[in-house]
Write a protein that binds this ligand. Structure first.
Ligand code: 13P
Length: 255
């Protein structure tokens, strides 16, 4: 069966509640006659409940930007998988590079978070990997990706019906206005695929994983990514803050 591609909006911490609700409503209208592929929006955590109401009975699904690895307990300020699921989330971003940078989240934590999400059985994790500028310059990109994948996924047991999305987001491309060349993304995705084959075997790597790209995607450059093998979708930051631009991206990728 052919895979359904996916386009995910990451609104980061860019909008207040009124702006979030306004944009969610615009997106709902834009996508009301659109039923191709999968479309996910990840607003800030305090607006999840409101946005969940807006996307109810819509093709657009809800995702969160972060989660904690414990089920319950004295973890001030954290959010659990259960809390996300009961708010209507079906997806959650794990280990975004901005959290790795500003909150010193490392792949040990990402591994724990991923395990919690998999065990919760009602959320699909979007696990972020990607090299920084220095690693790219010094030709260590392939090693970095393989290492991040092994740290995040090693020892994780996935059942036949569980899905994991791997988002390759080269850090230097995020928010820079310059996306990676599609051919280079294709190469990096191949590295990810081969590593997943190594860890889980070819069948699970094919059936249980999506590999998507993120970093300065917009309505113009998206066309270069539409035909590429091994790219199952996109994680979109800045361009997802405009309903028309996000719709353009989705239309180009989701056929
Ligand atoms: P930009 O699309 O703004 O570069 O952000 C990408 C990103 O970080 C998505 O998670």
């Amino acid at each position: 069966m052919k895979k359904q591609k996916i386009v995910i909006a990451n609104w980061k911490m860019k909008l207040n509640l009124a702006e979030t609700i306004g944009l969610a409503k615009e997106i709902k209208i834009k996508f009301q006659d659109f039923n191709k592929g999968r479309v996910v929006v990840c607003p800030g955590s305090l607006s999840l409940a409101e946005v969940s109401k807006i996307f109810k009975a819509s093709h657009v699904k809800l995702g969160a930007q972060n989660v904690f690895w414990e089920e319950k307990g004295a973890y001030t300020g954290e959010v659990s998988t259960e809390q996300l699921a009961e708010t209507g989330c079906g997806y959650v971003i794990v280990g975004h590079s901005e959290r790795r940078k500003y909150l010193l989240e490392n792949y040990e934590m990402i591994h724990l978070k991923l395990k919690a999400v998999i065990n919760s059985d009602n959320l699909i994790p979007i696990v972020c990997i990607g090299e920084n500028r220095e690693e790219r310059k010094t030709d260590r990109r392939d090693f970095v990706l393989v290492d991040q994948l092994h740290q995040a996924l090693g020892g994780i047991n996935i059942l036949a019906n569980q899905k994991i999305i791997i988002a390759y987001e080269p850090i230097w491309a995020i928010g820079s206005g310059v996306a990676i060349e599609p051919a280079e993304a294709e190469y990096a995705h191949k590295i990810v695929k081969l590593t997943l084959n190594d860890i889980f075997g070819i069948e699970k790597a094919n059936n249980n994983f999506d590999i998507i790209y993120g970093g300065s995607i917009d309505g113009k450059n998206v066309k270069g990514f539409a035909k590429i093998e091994n790219i199952d979708g996109l994680l979109v930051g800045g361009a997802s803050l405009n309903a028309e631009e996000f719709y353009k991206v989705a239309r180009a990728i989701l056929k």
